[in-house]
Design a protein. Structure first.
Length: 422
């Protein structure tokens, strides 16, 4: 149990950090203020500020986020009647605004806020020390910080460093960078798996035959090259998989090249349940290679193979409908982590790469609240040559987020029943 929990936290943490770092890096390069980089959700455990960003660790290891200026939906941070304490810098402007009841600032000026502008003109108005006869206005420094109610200290968000102030191509790249980092992570980890395994599957038509299988009983042998199936030329392992899978319980003629000799066999693939219904299997596996170059390239080949499989599955879900059994949330990841942790380090790495690839692809689905939905809105803005009204975009995002949360609740409940109440 402890091993599974630690493995889950590490795997989930790597996925979140890599994904969010993509958004973080390109936002910074685009001049967008990243106010907070959080690992985990819920109450804060620890925070540290550097280079205008506050890095926080939160108690629930089930996600994380990058909080960019102008993208929060929290409304005004300072409201009329709110008691705050203010610290003035050497330039006479406010450099720290404390809204937390749990944090005390030495030499802080107690003020009851009546009005404020922390985006354009940068000022706060209010009554100092409860003196309601004397309304004061305080200038706020462009790089001032605000201590929020939970004690987290972040920069204020002036207009010029907000997300919408960046160029359109910079915003598109910032939104795409999270999934892009997941693809890069998958490639790197699969390459590491290839190196550690010592041998990786090839994409050739040379096969390894499983003992006592349909293929073995028909007469096929390991290292045979299958050159055609049912009259269709098969020059790669992909060709073999596709052709044999399409022929469950169908009499099939297979032509083989064995040491220069052409041989022909007839067999009937057995029918097994696959992602798209029943598929044929005969008991063959891809041949393996120990070539170092091929093992390194395994990062690219395996990523590409799984990407095509995932998109095929998504296409099947669109055309044939889907159920919550087609999805998996944190509970499913925990269950898979438990199985991988029982095996070995390579199994955990393989799971990490697969989850990273899935996370990258799913995030590109054009649903509001996902990165793909944000990119779609960016492209709509480019076509219209003006952004959607903030109210319209907010409503679209809110609806998308609500639907996503409903899906996550359904998926999580289904995962709990599927993995823990079998």
């Amino acid at each position: 149990m402890i091993q599974t929990i630690i493995t889950f936290i590490i795997v989930f943490g790597i996925l979140v950090i890599v994904h969010e770092f993509g958004h973080f890096y390109f936002a910074k390069k685009s001049g967008i203020l990243v106010r907070e980089f959080s690992i985990g959700m819920g109450p804060k455990i620890y925070s540290y500020s550097k280079n205008a960003t506050t890095y926080t660790l939160r108690i629930l290891p089930v996600g994380g986020y990058v909080r960019m200026a102008g993208l929060e939906d929290s409304g005004e941070e300072l409201k009329p009647g709110m008691p705050v304490s203010l610290i003035t810098g050497k330039n006479g402007k406010i450099e720290t605004i404390n809204t937390s009841h749990d944090t005390t600032l030495l030499n802080g000026i107690p003020v009851e806020v009546t009005n404020s502008d922390l985006e354009t003109e940068l000022w706060i108005e209010g009554y100092e020390n409860g003196d309601e006869q004397n309304l004061k206005r305080y200038e706020v420094d462009h790089d001032a910080s605000i201590i929020e109610s939970d004690g987290t200290k972040v920069r204020i968000a002036p207009k010029d460093v907000q997300f919408q102030s960046a160029k359109l191509w910079q915003r598109i790249l910032t939104n795409f960078a999270g999934p892009m980092n997941n693809f890069i992570l998958a490639i790197i980890v699969f390459a590491l798996v290839g190196i550690l395994q010592g041998a990786v599957p090839t994409n050739s038509n040379q096969v390894s035959v499983v003992s006592d299988s349909i293929a073995a009983k028909a007469g096929l042998e390991t290292n045979d090259q299958i050159v055609s199936v049912a009259g269709q030329s098969t020059n790669s392992w992909t060709d073999l998989q596709d052709t044999i899978s399409s022929r469950p319980k169908k009499k099939t003629k297979i032509e083989v090249n064995r040491n220069g000799k052409k041989l022909t066999y007839t067999l009937v693939p057995k029918s097994v349940k696959g992602n798209e219904g029943q598929v044929g299997q005969i008991g063959i596996e891809s041949s393996m290679t120990r070539n170092l170059g091929a093992r390194i390239m395994y990062g690219f080949t395996e990523t590409w193979k799984l990407t095509t499989m995932i998109f095929t599955l998504l296409g099947h879900m669109i055309t044939h409908g889907f159920s919550v059994n087609d999805f998996g949330g944190p509970v499913a990841i925990y269950a898979q982590t438990s199985e991988a942790a029982k095996l070995d380090f390579v199994s955990v790495l393989t799971m990490l790469a697969y989850l990273s690839l899935n996370l990258g692809i799913v995030n590109l689905i054009p649903i509001p609240a996902l990165d793909g939905g944000k990119i779609l809105l960016n492209f709509i803005e480019g076509i219209r040559r003006k952004p959607l009204k903030p109210e319209t975009e907010g409503i679209i995002t809110l609806i998308g987020f609500g639907l996503l949360m409903l899906l996550m609740v359904a998926v999580t409940w289904n995962d709990i029943q599927r993995y823990f109440f079998k």
